[in-house]
Design a binder for this molecule. Structure first.
Ligand code: GLC
Length: 620
């Protein structure tokens, strides 16, 4: 018997049969990597409508010890043995240390790199997204073409918290545009000794400035971390990094607890109240005890007394400096309250060591769970589970004119006028002949300082921007002749003014420690001498990360401006030099007369600086 099936009937039956098969399969075979629906139920941690604490506890309850340890492990991308290790070891975080950039170093390549790493992280069993950190400490400074803002010491001179919020917002957009979720900034260091190589990363010698600059955290994190234009901020380095004896980077801060609280802990109060999402621990010690193992200052004070509820990250390989073997380094740092370890290289050794310490009962599982819960809470707040990939709408903001305009305004406000004999400033834009000299006049790298494209920074055209010389050339009238010679060759007495732009070459961290002579470099002194011999009025612009000893030269200068480390928008210097804007900056650091006076800080009993903290002239 032949069964004739009506065409429409057979097609309909076929469709129903297929639909049934698909439905059964979808129920039986949970999707790999992201088991958002198992046996028909949505897992709480995958449910964006669920409360974050519930999502965290649900996820933690599903995690193996290896997955928990992976979340506590941060690796610099350069040290990945293979990208697949991100999933194999359930890595929770990657970073780019200074200069750890993709090739080519373009915003798009950064975003592609980030998305590639993220896709691997999401392929692991529970699909926990990475959180990627970077030192965007004066703009997104590792990225070629990004806006580079003045370093913190210059921002300290502005005394403008609202400006800091603007800078935070602009920086967050540029960082987010490359996919990255987290910056290791702001440094809340209170630099008490300008011999410290990281003085320029400090907002100044008195905690009042850093305390008022919690606004940059509001700029970076916004009112909702879920906003694609916001990133996680880091207050660093907890605590006392700027108070070491002799300004020795990673040295020993030998002061009373009351001084530690009044000077170095003070800025963290506003930062914590502003909801800063992470805090980085300092390499330094307090009265001989390394901060990375300091149970009292981390567990009792920071997490207990101050109630910090974000997560705590170590500094780069800093736990290795703890006394004892690596097992005790891991044990002591995590038991002291550090939640994530910036290993950043030998992550397999770290993971194996941590697993052993837990399995043998020397680190409690409750400590591990606390660390993982803190880290996951920020990942959920950032929206990484729902939007793990780069939001490319912000990629075009990297180095945008709008951001460069903010940076140029910051440069203007950061300048401090320390001498203006005969009111030589502001200069006329219609001068006949202007001579510009000095090694820091036409050098984007020098005016950006350390943490610029590379960790230590470097000279030359390292990234697009406007040098101080270019700013001068753009400011004057077409009838004005501007002659530039780095060494001052060609100066003659018929020049109306010599603008001498001198100062420091880039450095970062301990490489900038300056235990010896604190005066100007010989090449700068030689240029100044040549200008002096020509008998031309001299305007000195000092490009430096800190005050330097200029007492013996100052008398020869008609005007003296401290420009700190202005970054890519050097045009801001000419804006004020030629009177489009007035000086508003004031010193965030006391200016010593001699090297022997260092350290010298406002409030010292014998206080006799060349220029006092808070000093700054304006045009009449
Ligand atoms: C560095 C610095 C720290 C930075 C970290 C990652 O050594 O001390 O400020 O955030 O390593 O680059």
């Amino acid at each position: 018997m032949k069964i004739y099936m009506h065409k429409s009937l057979s097609r309909k039956r076929l469709f129903i049969i297929l639909l049934s098969i698909v439905t059964i399969l979808s129920l039986l075979i949970p999707t790999l990597g992201n088991p958002s629906v198992v046996n028909g139920e949505v897992l709480v941690y995958q449910d964006p409508t669920a409360a974050i604490p519930d999502r965290v506890s649900d996820l933690v309850s599903r995690m193996s010890l290896n997955e928990k340890i992976g979340q506590m492990t941060q690796v610099d991308r350069r040290y990945l043995n293979s990208d697949q290790d991100i999933a194999t070891y359930y890595l929770g975080s990657l970073l780019s240390g200074g200069g750890s950039a993709p090739t080519p170093n373009t915003p798009e390549a950064w975003a592609d790199m980030y998305d590639q790493y993220q896709s691997i992280a999401l392929s692991s069993n529970l699909g926990i997204p990475l959180i990627y950190g970077i030192d965007a400490v004066h703009g997104h400074n590792n990225v070629y073409g990004a806006t580079i803002f003045p370093h913190n010491i210059g921002l300290g001179a502005t005394r403008n918290p609202a400006l800091l919020k603007q800078i935070g917002e602009a920086t967050a957009k540029e960082v987010a545009g490359t996919g990255i979720d987290w910056t290791f900034a702001p440094a809340l260091s209170v630099a008490r000794n300008e011999r410290w190589g990281r003085t320029y990363e400090s907002f100044g010698e008195d905690p009042e400035i850093a305390s008022s600059y919690a606004t940059i955290i509001e700029g970076l994190q916004g009112t909702n971390l879920n906003d694609p234009a916001t990133i996680l901020a880091t207050a660093k380095h907890w605590v006392g990094d700027g108070g070491t004896t002799g300004g020795d980077d990673q040295g020993d801060t030998q002061i009373s607890e009351q001084e530690l609280r009044d000077i170095h802990i003070a800025p963290y109060l506003n930062a914590i109240n502003s909801g800063v999402g992470s805090i980085m621990i300092s390499y330094s010690s307090w009265n001989g005890e390394k901060l990375h193992g300091h149970d009292y200052l981390i567990n009792d004070v920071l997490k207990g007394e101050l109630g910090f509820d974000g997560f705590i990250v170590s500094d780069w390989a800093a736990i290795d400096q703890l006394p004892g073997d690596y097992a005790s380094d891991v044990r002591d740092s995590i038991n002291a309250g550090i939640d994530m370890i910036m290993v950043p290289d030998n992550y397999v050794n770290f993971i194996n060591t941590l697993r052993t310490e837990v399995n043998e009962g020397r680190i409690a599982m409750t400590r591990i769970d606390d660390a993982v819960e803190r880290i996951l809470t920020k990942k959920f707040e950032l929206g990484l589970f729902e939007s793990p990939y780069t939001d490319r709408t912000y990629t075009a903001t990297v180095g945008s004119q709008a951001h460069r305009d903010i940076a140029r305004d910051a440069v203007r406000q950061s300048l401090v006028l320390l001498k203006n004999e005969g009111n030589i400033l502001p200069l006329s834009k219609n001068l006949n002949k202007v001579f510009v000299a000095g090694k820091n006049a036409d050098n984007i790298g020098y005016q950006s300082g350390g943490w610029s494209i590379s960790w230590q920074g470097s000279g030359g055209d390292i990234t697009p921007g406007t040098t101080i010389l270019e700013g001068i050339q753009n400011a004057v009238s077409p009838s004005t002749t501007v002659t530039y010679n780095e060494r001052g060759i060609g100066i003659k007495s018929d020049y109306d003014v010599a603008i001498v732009v001198i100062g420091e070459k880039p450095y970062a961290e301990g490489n900038g420690d300056k235990p010896g002579n604190f005066g100007l470099e010989r090449t700068d002194l030689a240029v100044l001498d040549k200008m002096k011999r020509a008998g031309v009025p001299i305007v000195v612009i000092l490009v430096s990360g800190r005050p330097l000893i200029v007492t013996d030269q100052l008398a020869d200068w008609n005007a003296f401006v401290e420009a700190w480390l202005p970054g890519t928008e050097g045009g801001g210097v000419a804006d004020v030099l030629f009177g489009d804007y007035n000086f508003t900056g004031t010193l965030p650091m006391s200016w010593p007369r001699t090297g022997d006076q260092i350290p010298i800080n406002i409030g010292d009993s014998q206080y006799d600086p060349l220029f006092p903290y808070g000093y700054g002239l304006t045009f009449p």
